[in-house]
Design a protein around this ligand. Structure first.
Ligand code: IPD
Ligand code: CA
Length: 264
């Protein structure tokens, strides 16, 4: 496949993210139809509706690129490029009317060098429709928030850091994360659990948070945010674990990594 013009890909991802974000904003306080409710998760009809809209827009701009999404896949899986989409990251917050959720869209290309499976992220967009904050990155260029260049924080000591930790959806992940949580809580200034992994990553990229850790995270939660952190000077580490596109991950400002064990 011919190489994809990354500025056009970024513009298309922004357009799709903003369109899905407008639906989220409009429906924050509306009654929402749940397609599925499990012990630690909710799946909404709106997750599917937002993904369909994103799919439609991205397909219109790049018909040859496949899509891997939290709500299902589209197109030819063996294509060189793929979009990785989380239409609503932070669904449980959104379902409860908590305005902290986002749209996450990444463009990846097959590459043996990559840290995230066999693909490397080239473009990342995360949009918070409630704050109207748009994070963007193209590999090799600075990350931006609403057009302004960003950098990670300069904090070097754990006791000055705010760390965010995510508790993924199943028992194994929860049980492995809890001892890490108690270890970390004793060492950092504050712990936060905000409920959107994509936003936690962009908050690290923006220097608001210093660390984000989760075991059992999915590719669509972190593909865009991971690139945004790297382009803002931070570090993004992942390792595959059993499950469909599942990882353990740690992201930070790059200055405190050596003081932190990797999540098991
Ligand atoms: C979830 C959120 C949450 C994280 C979970 C994710 P969803 O995504 O990012 O913060 O802890 O692991 O699955 O289900 O709201 O899109
Ligand atoms: Ca998600």
């Amino acid at each position: 496949m011919e190489s994809v013009p990354l500025n056009k890909a970024l513009a298309s991802a922004i357009d799709a993210a903003k369109a899905a974000g407008a639906i989220m904003r409009k429906n924050l306080n509306a009654e929402k139809k749940a397609n599925e409710i499990t012990a630690h998760d909710i799946k909404l009809e709106l997750d599917v509706r937002c993904q369909k809209l994103i799919e439609k827009k991205l397909h219109a701009a790049f018909p040859q690129i496949s899509l891997l999404g939290e709500e299902g896949d589209a197109g030819d899986e063996s294509s060189d490029y793929r979009w990785v989409v989380d239409p609503i990251d932070g669904t449980v917050n959104f379902a409860h009317g908590i305005p902290h959720a986002s749209v996450s869209i990444a463009l990846q290309v097959q590459s043996p060098k990559s840290k995230v499976q066999s693909h490397e992220t080239l473009v990342g967009v995360v949009y918070d429709p409630f704050q109207d904050e748009l994070w963007t990155a193209i590999r090799g260029q600075p990350a931006r928030l609403n057009g302004r260049v960003l950098r990670v924080s300069k904090r070097r000591h754990l006791n000055e850091c705010i760390a965010s930790i995510g508790f993924a959806k199943n028992k194994t992940n929860l049980e492995r994360a809890l001892p890490y949580f108690t270890w970390l809580a004793r060492r950092v200034m504050k712990i936060r659990m905000m409920g959107s992994a994509a936003l936690a990553l962009t908050y690290v990229a923006s220097g608001r948070l210093d660390i984000y850790i989760e075991r059992g995270i999915s590719l669509w939660d972190v593909a865009a945010g991971g690139l945004i952190i790297e382009c803002a000077g931070g570090t993004f580490w992942t390792e595959a674990i059993p499950g469909r596109y599942k990882y353990r991950m740690m992201a930070s400002n790059g200055l405190v990594d050596k003081k932190l064990p990797k999540p098991k």
